[in-house]
Design a protein around this ligand. Structure first.
Ligand code: P71
Length: 458
């Protein structure tokens, strides 16, 4: 027999109760939070889909590894276990632990960035862009055209546009491009994968001009499994072999271990260039700690090492991608507009098509986010005009190209019945979509306003 149902490939040893609230309670909570989910206490949330970052459930083997943590300041045993685990996958020569992804970015770009420099990527994640711009350099996106259209289905919507990238290199000059990046999967574009062919093509182009290639590897295992499922020639390879090939085209890696290393904190930088690694380690000592712990405890390094082996398990990856796809399928069947096909770590609702009567300056994504909380205690996040909107000289909103609501799925945390419940709630909100109202901002901070902004319905 070949059963169709893909089950959670684990049983549950330790549980954490979730707190149920009534609609009346949620109405009060939402008012107190200024209609901003970032301001809601996590205890008032039933299903928390704010992020898949640092929210994974660790395995019993990871918890056991934590007890093995060696807290020596220098040369800890746990560092060498961590280093071996990262080397096995990336084959990079120099492995530098950091407390999370943005710390790796901060160190790298402080060294290679600066005014007059340009950094291409498929799509820079917010923290990467911020760390590049903070040095005075420019962050540029070269996503393939199909990746910009939520309703168009394609296998590898995270790919880079090679032709545009080559014209850019010629225009800006090789000497002004210290490195090129690829983000796998492409979080800002819907968690869409990048094909092996595209990574290879970008590498060949970079080689032609002598530009190093770095991979933002947050979700490398999910990307590897998409390659196995969708790219010819990879169907019989293991996720580890695919990941190794992906990294074989890279000269360096930045990683937030809070995603595909299945831990609650951690990250690293890895590279082959000895001179660059020395500079990174020197800066690491100033900002993060000694090079054998880099802002982490020995036990954290153990948990990363163990997580990196578990994440490449085929049963895990099959369950992971399937559970996100299952959510997407059920929503599409009911006509709910989402970015298609589903990505690896999240479903992105297309708010423009969900509530076309709410214009960008009334924050359509925020309206859906608030309704999901009121209806079912679900916490999602707006990725649209609240997060990325800018103002022109007359204080008029300049909206970003897409208005999205992200439902990020924490790893190994929720079961299929949680997802079924979620589907019910989203469909109910969708049926009542004509009743949804817009919002206005009544308080906003000068930067990163989405974290603390306060709203009122209009
Ligand atoms: C996500 C996050 C976490 C996050 C970050 C900022 C605001 C809200 C939530 C983090 C990423 C990422 C990619 C591709 C680097 C980082 C930074 N994502 N690259 O999606 O997705 O890693 O959080 O460990 O510093 O919710 P870090």
């Amino acid at each position: 027999m070949n059963p169709k149902t893909i089950i959670e490939p684990f049983k549950i040893k330790s549980v954490e109760p979730i707190r149920f609230t009534t609609r009346e309670e949620r109405e009060k909570i939402l008012i107190e939070a200024g209609y901003n989910p970032f301001m809601i206490h996590a205890d008032d949330v039933l299903i928390d889909l704010l992020t898949d970052s640092g929210t994974s459930a660790m395995s019993s083997k990871q918890w056991a590894a934590i007890m093995e943590g060696d807290e020596a300041y220098a040369g800890s045993k746990s560092f060498y276990r961590f280093e071996d685990a990262v080397k096995k996958i990336t084959h990079m020569k120099y492995i530098i632990p950091t407390h999370q992804g943005r710390a790796a970015e901060k160190i790298l770009f402080s060294i290679v960035g600066g005014p007059g420099k340009y950094f291409p990527n498929n799509t820079h994640f917010d923290t990467t862009r911020a760390n590049i711009e903070f040095t005075g350099a420019e962050a540029d996106d070269f996503l393939t055209e199909v990746g910009k259209h939520p309703e168009q289905r394609a296998d590898f919507k995270g790919n880079m546009d090679i032709e545009k990238l080559e014209s850019f290199i010629k225009e800006k000059g090789v000497e002004n491009i210290p490195l090129c990046m690829i983000t796998v999967t492409n979080n800002s574009g819907g968690g869409q994968p990048v094909s092996m062919q595209n990574i290879r093509d970008v590498k060949n182009l970079c080689n032609k001009y002598g530009i190093p290639l770095f991979i933002d590897a947050c979700r490398f295992a999910e990307n590897a499994y998409f390659i196995k499922l969708r790219e010819k020639g990879y169907e019989n390879k293991t996720p580890l072999e695919i990941a190794q090939e992906m990294f074989s085209y890279a000269d360096g890696v930045t990683m937030s271990a809070k995603k595909d290393a299945l831990v609650n904190i951690g990250g690293f930088l890895a590279m082959n260039d000895q001179g660059l690694a020395m500079k990174c380690r020197n800066l690491l000592i100033v900002t993060e700690g000694f090079p054998t712990y880099g802002g982490l405890a020995g036990r954290d390094l153990e948990a990363v090492a163990q997580g990196l082996t578990e994440v490449l398990d085929e049963h895990y990856l099959q369950y992971r991608l399937r559970s996100v796809e299952y959510l997407g399928e059920k929503l599409v069947a009911e006509g709910v507009p989402i970015i298609e096909p589903p990505g690896g770590h999240a479903i992105y609702i297309d708010a423009k098509r969900f509530v076309p009567h709410i214009k960008a300056d009334k924050f359509p994504g925020q309206s859906i986010v608030c309704e999901l909380y009121l209806e079912g205690g679900i916490r999602a996040v707006e990725i649209g005009s609240v997060m990325f909107g800018k103002y022109d000289k007359n204080n008029k909103l300049i909206p970003p190209p897409m208005e999205l609501v992200r439902l990020a799925i924490p790893r190994r945390v929720y079961t299929q019945s949680h997802i079924d419940f979620l589907i019910e709630i989203i469909i109910e909100v969708f049926r009542n979509r004509n009743k949804l109202k817009g919002y206005k901002i009544v308080y906003e901070a000068p930067i990163l306003r989405h974290f603390t902004a306060r709203f009122e319905p209009v």
